[in-house]
Design a protein around this ligand. Structure first.
Ligand code: ADE
Ligand code: ZN
Length: 336
């Protein structure tokens, strides 16, 4: 194996952009559908996989929301999260900050608590049995309105001591961050971190709005920031992390091909970029697969790999002590 791929596998990593519902592999989707008496519009697992051909974000989101319909009971959310954590273990992801979409569940009659407690119990088990630390970020669906986001924040109140932050996801174009300024302001008052998907399909202005209207701590994706030099300068100056997802970018036609992925351009511009899987079950790979794809397509160097992995910890919501411990371990493995 390429020495760089060995390094990628060996390095401890943090994942900062993973929708837990997007880690639902077709095999588990089928098993849960059967368990819950739900009929999927596919004959078998192969048919599901062959349906995963997307021309744009919305094509994917339609299947993503359909897929999550098999998640009904608390145990389903637990099993989903546990399966992801086993992937983390296998790939040496030692810290993960997962998104979940409460409105994707409450909107079809599954209680917030059912989803949250199932996810949470698996994360606790992951800490105990696998040594993986985690944070939970609840996302607002931006194709729904501000009122619905406020109602979701209200529903989350009993759980907020276990929720690190809020995010913004779903259909980007036509649903600008500015629509959610007030609910993000409320989240800030409640002591929550803030992140938002921006500049995936949407224009650089959406990244600007996320920074200045939502006052986010990180930008999810952020690819289209590169179209605006002043924005790049600000992101670099403030070291705002970008949680970049190469295979997602490829599968959702954000980039023409992997050779055109802007990861090197981001690093050379001084941006605090990280590599993540987004929705690994839909886009064909977990975090190491994303790094490996960059090695193959843009000849990602050893130094770039180490930088991106260090960035994953420094951009995390871990405390300073834990960050340093992980950064020391990255250095130790890198120089071993
Ligand atoms: N929800 C799950 N994955 C997403 C993505 N890549 N962009 C926006 N919303 C999402
Ligand atoms: Zn995402």
């Amino acid at each position: 194996m390429d020495e760089r791929k060995q390094l990628i596998a060996a390095l401890p990593k943090a994942e900062l952009h993973i929708h837990i519902e997007g880690s639902l592999e077709p095999e588990l989707m089928f098993a849960l559908a059967q368990r819950n008496g739900i009929t999927l519009p596919y004959a078998d697992v192969a048919a599901i996989r062959s349906a995963y051909q997307f021309d744009c974000l919305q094509d994917f989101l339609d299947l993503y929301y359909q897929g999550m319909s098999v998640l009904v009971r608390q145990q389903d959310f637990h099993d989903l999260t546990w399966a992801y954590l086993l992937r983390c273990k296998a790939g040496n992801v030692v810290h993960t900050e997962i998104f979940f979409d409460p409105q994707g569940h409450t909107g079809r009659g599954v209680a917030f608590a059912t989803a949250f407690e199932g996810i949470w119990s698996a994360l606790q088990q992951g800490k105990k049995e696998l040594g993986i630390t985690s944070r939970v970020i609840m996302c607002f669906l931006r194709h729904l309105d501000e009122h619905a986001a406020f109602a979701t924040l209200e529903e989350a109140r009993p759980f907020l001591h276990r929720i690190t932050g809020v995010g913004l996801d779903s259909s980007e174009v036509g649903h600008p961050p500015r629509n959610f300024c007030r609910v993000f302001e409320r989240a800030a008052e409640l002591g929550l971190k803030r992140v938002a998907h921006a500049g995936e399909e949407g224009p650089p202005e959406y990244v600007h709005e996320a920074l200045h209207g939502l006052e986010v701590d990180r930008i999810d994706h952020g690819n289209r920031s590169l179209e605006d030099d002043a924005l790049v300068a600000e992101l670099a100056e403030r070291q705002i992390p970008l949680t970049v997802c190469p295979q997602s970018n490829l599968r959702l036609a954000v980039i023409r091909d992997m050779a055109h992925h802007p990861i090197r351009q981001m690093l050379q511009a001084g941006l605090h970029a990280t590599v993540n899987s987004d929705d690994p079950a839909y886009f064909g790979g977990y975090i190491n697969d994303n790094f490996n794809a960059l090695v193959d397509a843009v000849n990602l160097s050893r130094d770039e790999i180490i930088q991106l992995v260090m960035n994953s910890f420094s951009a995390s919501f871990l405390d300073a002590h834990a960050k340093q411990r992980h950064l020391d371990e990255v250095q130790r493995v890198a120089t071993a």
